[in-house]
Structures are given as C-alpha cells and as structure tokens.
Design a binder for this molecule. Sequence first.
Ligand code: GRG
Length: 292
Amino acid sequence: MSFDTVLNEKKQLVDSYLRRYMKRKEGVPEIIHESMEYSLFAGGKRLRPILTMAGCEICGGEAAQAMPFACAVEMIHTYSLIHDDLPAMDNDDYRRGKPTNHRMFGEGIAVLAGDGLLNSAYELLLNITPLDERAIRAIRVIARASGAEGMIGGQVLDLENEERQVTIQVLNDMHSRKTGALICASLLAGALNAGCSEEEYLKLQDFGNKLGLAFQIQDDILDVIGDQKVMGKDIGSDAVKNKSTYVSLLGLDGSKTVVKKLVGETKSCLEGFGDRARFLIQLTDYLVEREY
Ligand code: GRG
C-alpha cells in the first residue's frame, strides 16, 4: 500500500472515532456542540493523532487500541488553535480553510468551545478501560505537554516576545514547548499504550522533539512562501506582528538547511526499530515537504 493510502486510512479512522466520541448529549446547549464540531471537523491534517497511532504501531501495538489517546490529543490541539486565533492572542480570521471559530460564533462561545474540547479530551481519557498504570502514564505525558511546562508555557513566551527579536536559543525553547511538546507527547502516548520499553521511549522522545522542531521551522517557512489558499489560514502574520521566526533569524535558505539536518537526525533516532519505522520515516518526509 502506498504511503498516501496509509495516511488517508489513518486520517479517516481518526475522523470516524472523533465523530463517535463527540456524540451530542441531551440538554447541552446546541451552540456549544456546533462550535466545537465546527473547528474539530474543519479539515486538519490529523498529524498528532496519526503520530499516536504510529507510536503505538512502531512498538508492536494495534492502532485501534490507541484511539482514545489519538482523539484526545486532536481535541487538545483544536482547542489550542481556537484560543490561539482569538483577538487576545493572534487575532486571525482563517483557520483550516474556514473563518476562525470566534469569527463564526463570537469570542465568548469560541473561548468556551476551546474549554469544552479540552475537558472532553480528559473525560475521554479518564473513561479508558482499564485505566491501568500504562494509561495513566500516557495521560500524564499528554497533560504535562499541554500545560504550563509545555504548550501553554510556550504560548506565554510567544506573547511576551511579540515585537522583540530573540535569540535562536529562546526561539527553540519557545517552540519546543508551544508546538513540539504536544507533537512529541502524541507519539509517546501511543508508544506507552503499546507497552514500549524505556529504550524505545527515549528513542521516540528524541525523534518527537526533533520532528516537532522541524515541523515548526517548516511552518515558519510556509508563513513566508506558502499559498494562503492551500494553507487555509492567514499567512505573513508573523512578519506583521514583528515576531521572531526561524526565517527572520536564519533566513529562508538557513531555515531550510536546519530542517534538512533535523530530518536526517530524526531518522537516526529510529535505528533499531527495523521495518516498523517505515511509516514514521515517510511521515517525516511528508511533513517537511508539505505545502500546508
Ligand atoms: C492557546 C494554549 C494555547 C496554545 C496555542 C498550537 C498553538 C499554541 C498555537 C498555534 C500557532 C501556530 C500556527 C503554530 C505553528 C505550528 C502549528 C501548531 C501549526 C498548526 O498545526 P497543524 O499544521 O494544523 O498540524 P492542522 O490544522 O493541520 O491540525
């Protein structure tokens, strides 16, 4: 089967489980369901849940067993995008090819839709049976990566450093928290769920951190050279907000060189996994060659 077919199958599986987990509940105001579903099914790449499935499979598990983790990380990611787009943060008008959540539903509902998705994610995780030590460790990894030590902390650094030129070290720290932490945790949650060894965990952690950074640098590159229609979101916004980016610090060519170097390094992290590593290697290439 070609990589594209496998990727598409995984994406469809994520969508079908998300539909199942997002079943509407009686008595809940219609608008909050609508707003949460609007962003969740707006057409994301499903990178994080696909990484969870891949993390499970590379360690010998079945992707189906990792679906609650996979869907939970997508819910958390979608909440972060809704909040990131708000006027109080990046104030963006388009996301996933559609008007942003607050543009459709207003700021109040958008804040609550993000909160709702975050809570749905942990409800889903806490309903896992059996909620054994493995599952709890995986949930802890996701919670830490999404919280103040990870994504929220990275977003704070991002807000504080607007209109400022920062060093490459500060930029690396900011992005490894803001973007890299959840990407890495998504992969590790799948691996933990499959009962990975400590050695496998450390290799995948190294892989995930490098992939997260390569993904972010590629995002900065696309913010400069990407096509707004293909990307489905506002582009050029980093420059407008005077944000330091890899491109502003290293230039376009310098940024592309770093991405290439990181891609090489990610592949070395997977040595020892043999043929099971094939999908993650192909996924890495796909992510750094992407146009959206
Ligand atoms: C508001 C707590 C809080 C955090 C926001 C994730 C984030 C932190 C901000 C997003 C800003 C941004 C555009 C970062 C660049 C990398 C990134 C996370 C891109 C979006 O992820 P994709 O490309 O999106 O996987 P899709 O829509 O495909 O899921």
